[in-house]
Design a protein around this ligand. Structure first.
Ligand code: SAM
Length: 285
């Protein structure tokens, strides 16, 4: 068993350890509900790569929090592909370039051993530095490059400014794990306030703390609306949050935000998320 590297930013209760996988490389130990998040990611990747291939010769994928590539479902012996392997193993019309990053060097060395694709760049650095590098590396021909970025942190590590720089002037759809419950719980913690300024890209989230201090309630909706208004302000005309996942220990809810600048992306995401992970049909979109 290898230890998880300490990161400089707060991590949530969902942050888990690395263990040794069946192939002898590190795997990330995750709750069973991780499958749900990856289910939607895989479905969007599939519709995105096949649906866009004719008009977009360069289709790129960016994963700023890639993990080691495989995960072990906690309390079982079941291993599943993590986001990087899902993105690499698109059955048809694969991404033309992929960029993976994780701050944990143990996770990255396992990922390196698992994938040998010449189309992939693999890095180990803070997500904010990686966002800049990914943008510079992958969008050389911006008008002909279409991308998807998966932002799947354990907390609030990504600065809003990094998202702004990463996406400025390019067509890059975003799928973001937004730690709603964790944020609601910890929003008042003084030790988090500088981090939250960076995460939201300004200090206007503090009005929610004021609201609470005056006896009001901070709701998931308040938090989602605030973040989404920022995505809209940088050109994301469509932002949806109808996918909500409960942690395996029922400790909290996170939302999978989807953002795109274009109608087609919105249409595709709504289409793939009509069928829920449970197999049920969704009627709320
Ligand atoms: C939820 S996991 C990612 C799981 C992966 N997307 C998957 O589907 O298998 C979050 C990852 O973020 C990494 N991480 C934590 N802080 C980071 C930071 N500041 N920059 C980059 N990666 C970070 C952790 O090492 C962890 O592997």
């Amino acid at each position: 068993v290898v230890a998880v590297a300490e990161t400089s930013h707060p991590v949530s209760p969902t942050d888990s350890d690395l263990a040794l996988g069946r192939d002898g490389q590190a795997v990330r130990v995750v709750g069973a509900r991780s499958r749900e998040k990856l289910f939607y990611l895989a479905r969007y990747i599939e519709i995105f790569t096949t649906g866009m291939k004719n008009r977009w010769p360069h289709r790129v994928y960016i994963d700023l929090f890639s993990g080691p590539g495989r995960s072990l479902i906690e309390g079982t012996t079941e291993e599943i592909d993590g986001s990087p392997l899902i993105a690499l193993r698109v059955p048809r019309d694969p991404f033309t370039r992929l960029y993976f990053n994780d701050a944990d060097p143990d996770a990255v060395s396992a990922l390196n051993r698992r994938i040998g694709s010449p189309a992939a760049t693999i890095r180990s650095m803070d997500c904010n530095a990686a966002a800049l590098e990914a943008r510079n590396l992958l969008f050389g021909e911006p008008t002909r490059t279409l991308g998807l970025a998966f932002i799947d942190p354990t907390g609030f590590q990504i600065d809003f400014r990094s998202i702004e720089l990463l996406t400025d002037g390019v067509r890059l759809d975003l799928i973001v794990t937004f730690m709603t419950s964790y944020l609601r719980r910890f929003i008042e913690q003084p030790s988090l306030s500088a981090r939250l300024d960076a995460f939201f890209g300004s200090d206007d989230w503090r009005r929610l703390v004021d609201l609470r201090e005056r006896g009001g309630t901070v709701t998931n909706r308040n938090l989602l609306d605030l973040y989404q208004s920022k995505l809209r302000a940088i050109g994301y005309r469509h932002v949806v949050d109808h996918i909500q996942v409960v942690n395996s220990n029922n400790a909290g809810i996170y939302h999978l935000l989807f953002a795109t600048k274009h109608d087609r992306g919105d249409e595709f995401f709504r289409k793939i998320s009509q069928r829920k992970f449970s197999g049920q049909q969704r009627f709320d979109i």
